[in-house]
Every structure is written in structure tokens, then in C-alpha cells.
Design a protein around this ligand. Structure first.
Ligand code: G
Ligand code: G
Ligand code: MN
Ligand code: NA
Length: 254
């Protein structure tokens, strides 16, 4: 209850902010960013999402918070579009289960794309496996409606849940995102190496791109590249950064 009050107050007082983590292509260029929410609490300091996303989900405050995240990320996308150095950047936004299940979620996205003037083709929504398990028809309908506008979909934390091939085939996805738990020990744990190869093969057979998260070292990146990964995200390239610092990265090439 204390947390709920604090979250409510935080939303009212504008205590939330977005950090941006670079996404890198095979050539080493920054192609876009993942927006990651932070809570700048007046007393607690900078609070990580692991601490406040779960209670925000339980209390339903994830709905106004999620709307704020999407709107802020879209406004940033529009700002980037207007400058040559950043015009090519895409924006990945995490969407929580409860947020996506709202009956009017598609309408909300349409309205905020309108309001911010963001290019839908540069917006990518990150969904997780667990949230896609029930009500398949409704999920596909929502995803298809957004896809028709140009919005892309990436399946986050991939490999940590359970997705059958036939099930994945039905979803209008664009990308699988290899969970960082598999990337961490990919060079020393043969099981993780096998999982990574399997995810890449799965993505290829479904015609999807594949991004690895949590890439921290050059050898990890090389392993991933050798095994058919197309894109990378992790501390090797950049930590999640406030917008001004993100914009001062070398956005053209590494
Ligand atoms: O930001 P960090 O790098 O600590 O992310 C921790 C977790 O919080 C990740 O699982 C990420 O998906 C989640 N997360 C970060 N930002 C958002 C957000 O805006 N919305 C939702 N639903 N989850 C987020
Ligand atoms: O949405 P998701 O749960 O995937 O969020 C990514 C999380 O991983 C965030 O908490 C982000 O800060 C963290 N992260 C991003 N890159 C790295 C990395 O290279 N190493 C580690 N350990 N964590 C990372
Ligand atoms: Mn994510
Ligand atoms: Na993830």
C-alpha cells in the first residue's frame, strides 16, 4: 500500500524517466534504442524497474505508467526523426501483459502515434511469451491491427518461457530477443550455446530477425555473429543511458 501511494505520487509528480539502450547491427551501427523506465524517487534515489514494475502490475498502475512510457518513447522518436544524425533510429518499448490485454490497447497506440507524430514503422513493441499464451485469437487480432499500421513486434526474454513452433508461427512477430541468461555463459556452457543456436535456427525458419541482449564481451558477440545473430544489445556497446548521453554515442558506426 505504501508502494502504491508512492507510485501514484511519482506518476503525478513526473518522477519517472526513460533511459535508452543502444541496439547494434552486424556492421556495428546503432540502429535504435530500447526504452527502459527508471524511477527518480526524491528519497530512495534511482529505483530499478525490477522493484517497481511488479507492484505496478499488481495495483494496475502499470496502465497509466505504461501509457506514459509509450507516449514519452514516441515523443523521443519524433524528436530523433527531425535530426539527420538520429533520423534512422528505431524505438523498442516493453509492454506489460496487463497493458496489452486492455481491450482498447490498439486505440491507445493509434492515438498516441497521432498525438506525438511518431512514425509507426520505427516503433517496435516488446512482448513476452507468457503474456501471449491465452486468448490467442484476440492477441493475434491486436498484433495484426498494429502491424497494419507498421508497428513491429519483438518477443522479449525468448527461451525463458515455453513456446511451441506451431504457436510461434501463428503470431505476427518480427523478431526474437535471446534472453541474456543464455548469452552470459554462451562461451563456457554447451547447453547455453545449443540454446542460442536453436533460437537462431528457429528465428530463421520462421523468417524472423534475432537480437541478443546482455552482450558484454567481444568473444560473446563473435560467437553470436558466427551463429547467425543479426543484432546485439548490451554493455559491450552501451549501458542504458539518459537521452542526452544516448545521443552523444557514435550513432553512425563503431
Ligand atoms: O531497466 P532494466 O534494465 O533494469 O530492466 C529490468 C526489467 O524491467 C526488464 O525485464 C524490462 O523488460 C523491464 N522494463 C523496463 N522498462 C519497462 C517498461 O517501460 N515497461 C515494462 N512493462 N517493463 C519494463
Ligand atoms: O526488457 P528486459 O528485461 O530484457 O531488459 C533488459 C535488462 O537487462 C535491463 O535491466 C538492462 O539494464 C539489463 N542489461 C542490458 N544490457 C546488459 C548487459 O550487457 N549485461 C547485463 N548483466 N544486463 C544488461
Ligand atoms: Mn526488453
Ligand atoms: Na529481456
Amino acid at each position: 500500500a505504501e508502494m502504491e501511494t508512492a507510485l501514484r505520487q511519482g506518476l503525478q509528480d513526473g518522477q519517472f524517466l526513460l533511459y535508452y539502450q543502444a541496439q547494434i547491427d552486424d556492421a556495428g551501427c546503432v540502429t535504435g534504442a530500447e526504452a527502459l523506465v527508471r524511477w527518480q524517487h526524491p528519497v530512495r534515489g534511482l529505483v530499478c524497474p525490477a522493484e517497481f514494475i511488479p507492484p505496478a502490475e499488481v495495483t494496475g498502475l502499470i496502465l497509466p505508467l505504461g501509457r506514459w512510457v509509450l507516449e514519452t518513447a514516441c515523443a523521443q522518436l519524433t524528436a530523433w526523426s527531425s535530426r539527420p544524425a538520429t533520423a534512422h533510429l528505431t524505438m523498442a518499448v516493453n509492454v506489460s501483459a496487463r497493458q496489452f490485454r486492455q481491450p482498447d490497447f490498439v486505440k491507445q497506440v493509434v492515438e498516441l502515434l497521432d498525438r506525438t507524430g511518431a512514425n509507426a514503422r520505427k516503433l517496435k513493441l516488446e512482448l513476452t511469451e507468457s503474456m501471449l499464451l491465452d486468448n490467442m485469437e484476440e492477441i493475434i487480432a491486436k498484433m495484426s491491427a498494429l502491424k497494419a499500421l507498421g508497428v513491429g513486434f519483438s518477443l522479449d526474454d525468448f527461451g525463458t518461457g515455453y513456446s511451441s513452433l506451431s504457436y510461434l508461427k501463428r503470431l505476427p512477430l518480427d523478431q526474437l530477443k535471446i534472453d541474456q541468461s543464455f548469452v552470459r555463459d554462451v562461451l563456457t556452457d554447451p547447453n547455453d550455446a545449443a540454446i542460442v543456436r536453436t533460437i537462431v535456427a528457429l528465428a530463421q525458419s520462421l523468417g524472423l530477425s534475432v537480437i541478443a541482449e546482455g552482450v558484454e564481451t567481444e568473444p560473446q558477440r563473435d560467437f553470436l555473429a558466427r551463429n547467425g545473430c543479426n543484432a546485439y544489445q548490451g554493455y559491450l556497446y552501451s549501458r542504458p543511458l539518459p537521452p542526452e548521453q544516448f545521443e552523444s554515442l557514435n550513432l553512425i558506426g563503431v
